[in-house]
Structures are given as C-alpha cells and as structure tokens.
Design a protein around this ligand. Structure first.
Ligand SMILES: Cc1cc2nc3c(=O)[nH]c(=O)nc-3n(C[C@H](O)[C@H](O)[C@H](O)COP(=O)(O)OP(=O)(O)OC[C@H]3O[C@@H](n4cnc5c(N)ncnc54)[C@H](O)[C@@H]3O)c2cc1C
Length: 486
C-alpha cells in the first residue's frame, strides 16, 4: 500500500492519464475506508482505488476534528468498524487510549479516526501493500467506455474500474433561506466545519449558531476548548438540543410488521411504550434503543406520504432523542446554559443584515411570534447536511443526474438505491457497476449514517462485489474459450 498519509495514484495503463483498477471508491471517509478494508480482507489480488478530496483515510467530516474534547456520540462497545467482530474497537481503544476504556465509554472522535486509519493500513499490509491505491483528488464526473465506468478526476486524470462505489457521505449544508443572506457575507460562515469558522473571534465577543443539533453542540464545545468567554446563542425552529445518553435496562422489541404504518400511529405506540417502561422504572431511552435495530424496517414499511410527514413534523423530535450526546458533553452544555453564557432560542430567522462590525439577525419567536433582534460578531451555519440533493452544487452528482446514471430518491434525501446498494439509473434500472454506501442511501433506509449501520453495509457490499467480479471474470473467460474454439 502506498502511504495513506501521502496519497498518490500510480499510472498503470498505456493511456498516460488513466489508472485501471477493479474497484474505484469515491470518498474515503468511514464508509469508503471500511468498504476498502472489507474488500481487502475478502479478496487476494483485487485492485482498489480510493479517491478522496480532502481527508486522510477514514477521517471524513466526523473523525477529522482537531479537538480532543469532541467525543463519539455512540459508546465504544458499539463502534467497531467490523461487522463480524463487534468488540474490535473496544480492544483497540483499550490498547491505544488506555485500559480504563469500557464498553460504555465515549472516546474522542480523533482517536476513532486513528483507529479507522490503522485498520486500513493493517488490512493493506496483509495484502502485501499492492492492492490499494489512495488518491487525494476530487471525482468530478463519470463516463463509460464499452460499458465500463471511468471516473474523471479534477486534475484531468482518470480511473477506470469494473465497479465504482459512491461513498460520498453527508451532503454539505445548504444556506438557510433568509432575506439578506443570498450571497456571501462578511460576518456569516456558511460551513461550520471550515477551519476558519472560529478563527479571529474576539474571546469576549458573541456568536450565533443557526441550528441546535450535534453540529452546534460541537461548536459550543470547541469554543469552550478555545477559552472563549463571550456569549454563545443558538437558534433553531424548535429550539431542541440533543438529549444525553444514560445507561438503562433493555426494553423488549415492540415494533412488528403489524404495527401502525403512519407517523401518528407510531408516535402513539412509542408514547404508550414509554409510559409502560416508566411504570416499571425503565428510562425512555430503552424504548428508543429498542427501535434502533428495526429503524430501517419501520422506514421501509411507511408509505411515501408518511415518510414525508415524518420529515415535516416528527424529525426534530426524533433526532434529539435518537442522536444523543455523551454525559460529559451534556454537562458542559448545561454548565454553559446555567452560567448564562449559552442561550437557546426557538424561532424562525426572517432577516439578516450587517451593521458596522456586527451581524443583525431578526427572528420571530416560535411561541408568540414576537420579533426579536440579535446583534452578534459572527453567525455560523450549523444546520447540518443539506436535506435536498437537488440543491447541492456538486459536479459529480450533477454529472450522474445529467447522464441518467443516477436519480434522486422520491424525497430527494439522496440517491435512489436498491437493497444490494446498486444505484438506480434515470429509468429505475439497478446498475451492476455503480453502487452506493452510507448517508446517500437515506431516502430508502433513513437510518444509514452511523457506524453500526454502515459497517454492515460495507461487509454486505464487499461480499456482493467480490462474488459479482468473480462471476463476471468467469463468464468472460468462458466466452473467450467459446470464441477461440468456434
Ligand atoms: C460531526 C459528526 C460526528 C459523528 N459522530 C458519530 C459517532 O460518534 N458515532 C457514529 O456512529 N456516527 C457518527 N457520525 C455519523 C457519520 O456520518 C458516520 O459515522 C460516517 O462518518 C459517515 O461516513 P461517510 O464516509 O459515509 O461520510 P463522510 O465522513 O462525510 O466521508 C465522505 C468522504 O467523501 C469525500 N468526497 C465526497 N465527494 C467526493 C468527490 N466527488 N470526490 C472525492 N471525494 C469526495 C469527502 O471529502 C469525505 O472525505 C458523526 C457524523 C458527524 C458529521
């Protein structure tokens, strides 16, 4: 394997600018890297090219944080990257972060990034280091030659493959639709993860974070780590922040095929279960945890209009109960709130302007509709991943849509993909050379962004690809023999 920290792709084809591999993976975050690991573990001699535009292996957006205080939001015991060895991360963490780590610990995300990187390195080494090529590049489009996909890179180089995987992760956030915020503004940061988001802030100044989910919490924690003493304000439509984790007893699985197929019915069912659990002294978290293994089945059971209803009405409530934060993080946030340094508003921003050195934001209060005006030094967009893939300015996606290689799912949450991970083309036909993994499958699965779901997808997809490539190679050999003897 070429050193993943100094990625480069070797030229291995007579066409000067073209590299030929068996499998090309676009995106080297958690999904792309773990898929590469699974492929390496299954097949001797399979050549794999990973293309990632911004990160070192396995980091992606989630695990490339520079702050040690950013913790995983899933306990260590459930963060193994390997579907067939659920304690793998726990063992790694004990060996590398200290023997005190236990299954319920929340380990720094930075350490998790190192874990994924080391897993890839180890798997590639076991293959003699020749099977994996890592390239720090941007894939801008996909074309075909004799039916075979060719990935075009921004540098002008090409990667020809038998199979291409889209592991492009969460879409970047879209700009909130606010009057006065249509173009770039001096006091507004459109991307919370940009390295400059917190640079140059007056340590006693003021900052407004738009969105109250995990991204805002991350920024509040980062500000605290940077010794920011000023005022942090968070605003979102509902003003709900993620709940905290808490160890709890297990609650039995209660959803089944006959359960309601409407959001209203499901909410009723969940509330009933929470009351029943409370009557036995069991926390509501146990009820939510019981839904986790069947969340994809529940989503699939819902008619399209009920999925849309969930997105319109129930999503914010589901998100804060399902995507919880570590106890330690919750403590910091609570302290910031109680000492008046962090305020959370519920309302809709209606206007944005800049006056002198400050941004002025007007919002109408969720409960009473009263207009309020906030003056701050900086406004940072923490609204999370864009929920409508038609609004994303991404050359690769646009190219896939324009060429009919892919189509959005009916709710525009990502791409239309079948159960094996095959991308459906414009006419709804599943491809046997273009696959997807991870958050882009949200439309069909909903629960497809966290490690426990993605590690399973990676194992299943690797198995499918290895068999498919072997089958195709056998068919080609048979055809060659038939042609030669004819
Ligand atoms: C801040 C944060 C914290 C999280 N914490 C947890 C947690 O504690 N536990 C948990 O289970 N889950 C967590 N998650 C969920 C997380 O989404 C998944 O765990 C996982 O990181 C998703 O990986 P991915 O590879 O699909 O996407 P990403 O990590 O987004 O990686 C996609 C990669 O593709 C690259 N890319 C995209 N387009 C192109 C292109 N055209 N050309 C080349 N490269 C391209 C990007 O640069 C990126 O590196 C967290 C997510 C975030 C954002």
């Amino acid at each position: 394997m070429q050193n993943p920290k100094t990625p480069q792709v070797s030229i291995s084809n007579s066409k000067k600018n073209r590299t030929v591999v068996d499998v090309a993976i676009i995106g080297g975050g958690f999904s792309g890297t773990v898929l590469a690991v699974q492929l390496l573990r299954r097949s001797q001699g399979l050549s794999i090219g990973v293309i990632d535009k911004s990160s070192i292996p396995g980091r992606g957006l989630a695990y490339s944080t520079q702050y040690n205080c950013h913790l995983l939001n899933v306990p260590a015991g459930n963060m193994s990257a390997l579907q067939d060895d659920h304690m793998h991360f726990l063992r790694w963490a004990r060996a590398n972060c200290g023997p005190a780590v236990h299954a319920e610990s929340f380990v720094p995300r930075m350490a998790y990034g190192r874990y994924i990187g080391s897993l890839l390195e180890e798997s590639a080494m076991q293959q003699g280091g020749h099977s994996l090529q890592w390239s720090q590049e941007e894939a801008v489009s996909l074309t075909r030659e004799n039916g075979r996909p060719i990935v075009l890179l921004k540098s002008g180089r090409e990667l020809q493959a038998e199979v291409v995987i889209l592991a492009i992760g969460n879409f970047p956030p879209g700009n909130p639709k606010i009057s006065g915020l249509t173009g770039p503004r001096k006091k507004y940061v459109p991307f919370a993860w940009s390295p400059a988001a917190l640079e140059g802030l007056d340590p006693n100044g003021s900052v407004l974070l738009i969105g109250s989910g995990l991204t805002s919490i991350d920024l509040a924690i980062a500000l605290q780590a940077r010794k920011f003493q000023g005022r942090i304000q968070i605003i979102s439509r509902h003003g709900l922040i993620p709940q905290r984790h808490q160890a709890t007893e297990r609650w039995p699985q209660f959803w089944h095929e006959g359960s309601p197929r409407s959001i209203r019915g499901l909410m009723h069912l969940i509330r009933k279960q929470v009351r029943a659990a409370a009557a036995k002294g069991i926390d509501w978290r146990a009820v939510i945890n019981a839904l986790r293994p069947v969340a994809q089945d529940i989503w699939k059971s819902l008619p399209q209009e009920e999925r849309a209803r969930f997105l319109r009405h129930a999503r914010p409530y589901w998100e804060v109960h399902r995507h919880r934060i570590a106890f330690e993080i919750h403590n910091i946030v609570s302290r910031l709130i109680s000492n008046g340094r962090l305020t959370i508003h519920a309302g809709r921003i209606t206007e944005y302007s800049e006056v002198g050195d400050q941004a002025v934001v007007v919002y109408s209060d969720r409960k009473c509709g009263t207009k309020h005006r906030l003056r701050v030094d900086r406004v940072i967009n923490c609204t999370g991943s864009e929920a409508d893939c038609r609004r994303i300015d991404d050359s690769l996606l646009v190219s896939l849509f324009l060429q009919g290689e892919a189509r959005p799912d009916p709710l525009f949450l990502g791409l239309d993909v079948d159960s094996k991970g095959s991308v459906l083309n414009f006419n709804g036909v599943p491809s046997n050379s273009l696959f997807a993994i991870g958050p882009v499958k949200k439309g069909g699965l909903w629960e497809t962004t966290a490690v426990p779901e993605i590690r399973k997808q990676a194992a299943d997809l690797a198995e499918h690809i290895v068999h498919w490539l072997a089958y195709r190679s056998n068919s080609r050999q048979k055809n060659t023999v038939v042609e030669a003897t004819a």
